[in-house]
Design a binder for this molecule. Structure first.
Ligand SMILES: Nc1ncnc2c1ncn2[C@@H]1O[C@H](COP(=O)(O)OP(=O)(O)OP(=O)(O)O)[C@@H](O)[C@H]1O
Ligand SMILES: [Mg+2]
Length: 400
């Protein structure tokens, strides 16, 4: 009995320490199991697959595995596979030799080479093209790869952590993901459940997020009352912990540190809840809330109109033009440079005050903010592929 107590106490202490060091907070059974798995697998070189919806903490887990590994003093290279255009992904991952393709003016080390003796985190691995998947399997099996344009095999000593918000099993069935790579990766799988299925974590998360935010910004905050916490526990959190964190921080700042109860919370949840915009305006709400909803609806309509207008202009006024092949199969057929060229031919007085790229940039920025930086949802709403969205974020240097 004594011994058991001691073991439990030690475990508890390590779990508390883990939360503090990793920033992965929670009290649920799920989080405790995740801690146990991380503690077990981190010191070895075994590959890990992290599965979970957007905003559930996949990147945090990957970082913690690296931090607790023997490789912690060597690099952790984070690669967002969904953000790299398909045509250049292999040269980004495995490097290229001089002259391997047009534009390859020098030799370039790939991420796998840079990560030597460290860890590579392949985020959104479900987006990886099949041709690159074969090469990753080869590295996992024999630690060997070749740079694009070379036939000389090179070696690298890299630990692979992969993450996805898709069901890779489904992707295998659809022919988009290699079964052998899936089998290799799934040996150790960490499932991060959506926040809605571990509501008991919410009070602690809210506490940590508000404490940190108030400390960093020197805000005196009166806190959340119990009704607000219950309200948050009953909300579905499609954007998971990221959405919760954003909401907590915006409420604290917009409410100027005042106490937040159920009513205040409802105001914010309704404003951000996409589903409410098609519902009739409720009459039993305070006027400022109704006004806010009106403005919000008007902005959404305006956004849709701008989007339609943009499509109309792009398809009718400017003829589609082919992009360079590396910009990827799903790249839009129109790039912002094209728009500038066309506008330069137009007489000064006919020049629009806002440019198409300007409008596009703003639209993308607004959509990303609306979805709290969730790229998948923003891309879906903008009706562009996630890869195109990443390209545009980079192109416009947006802070997302
Ligand atoms: N258990 C947790 N405790 C505290 N903060 C967390 C926890 N899980 C996630 N977060 C925070 O939520 C945000 C999203 O986490 P993260 O980027 O790791 O999610 P993700 O699963 O990689 O999302 P995506 O699929 O959109 O890339 C980050 O700000 C992170 O610090
Ligand atoms: Mg992530």
């Amino acid at each position: 009995m004594e011994l058991n107590n001691q073991i439990n106490k030690d475990h508890e202490k390590r779990f508390l320490n883990f939360q503090k060091e990793s920033g992965i907070y929670g009290t649920s059974e799920a989080i405790q199991q995740i801690f146990d798995t991380i503690e077990q697998v981190a010191p070895s070189d075994i590959s890990v697959l992290i599965n979970g919806e957007s905003g559930t903490g996949k990147e945090l887990v990957a970082k913690e595995i690296h931090r607790r590994s023997r490789r912690a003093n060597n690099p952790l290279i984070i690669v967002n596979c969904g953000a790299i255009p398909e045509g250049i992904i292999e040269s980004e991952l495995f490097g290229h030799e001089k002259g391997a393709f047009t534009g390859a003016v020098g030799v370039r080390k790939g991420f796998f080479e840079t990560a030597d003796r460290g860890t590579i985190f392949l985020d959104e691995i479900g987006e990886m093209p099949l041709s690159a998947q074969v090469k990753i399997l080869r590295i996992l099996e024999g630690k060997e790869f070749t740079r694009v344009g070379s036939s000389v095999a090179k070696r690298t000593n890299v630990r692979v952590i992969a993450a996805t918000n898709k069901s890779l099993e489904q992707e295998v069935q659809n022919g988009n993901f290699r079964q052998d790579l899936f089998f290799r990766l799934r040996a150790i799988t960490i499932e991060l459940p959506p926040l809605r299925s571990r509501k008991e974590d919410i009070p602690l998360l809210v506490d940590k997020f508000s404490q940190n935010y108030c400390k960093d910004n020197r805000i005196n905050f009166a806190g959340f009352d119990e009704t607000a916490i219950t309200g948050m526990q009953n909300y579905p959190w499609a954007g998971n912990i990221r959405e919760l964190k954003n909401l907590v921080e915006s409420m604290i700042i917009l409410e100027k540190g005042r106490k937040i109860d159920e009513q205040v919370l409802a105001k914010y949840l309704n404003t951000f809840d996409q589903g409410t915009r098609n519902l009739p305006i409720p009459v039993n709400r305070p006027t400022d809330q109704v006004e806010r909803e009106f403005i919000y609806r008007a902005l959404i309509d305006l956004k849709n109109e701008i989007s339609q207008l943009r499509e109309l202009i792009l398809t009718r006024v400017f003829p589609p033009k082919r992009l360079k092949s590396w910009e990827g199969a799903d790249a839009t057929v129109f790039s912002h440079e094209d728009a500038h060229v066309v506008y330069d031919d137009v007489s000064a007085e006919a020049k629009p005050i806002v440019s198409i790229p300007g409008m596009e940039k703003k639209l993308i920025e607004e959509t990303l903010s609306r979805f709290s930086g969730n790229k998948r949802k923003a891309a879906l709403s903008l009706k562009i592929s996630e890869r195109t969205l990443y390209r545009k974020i980079k192109e416009y240097k947006l802070p997302f």
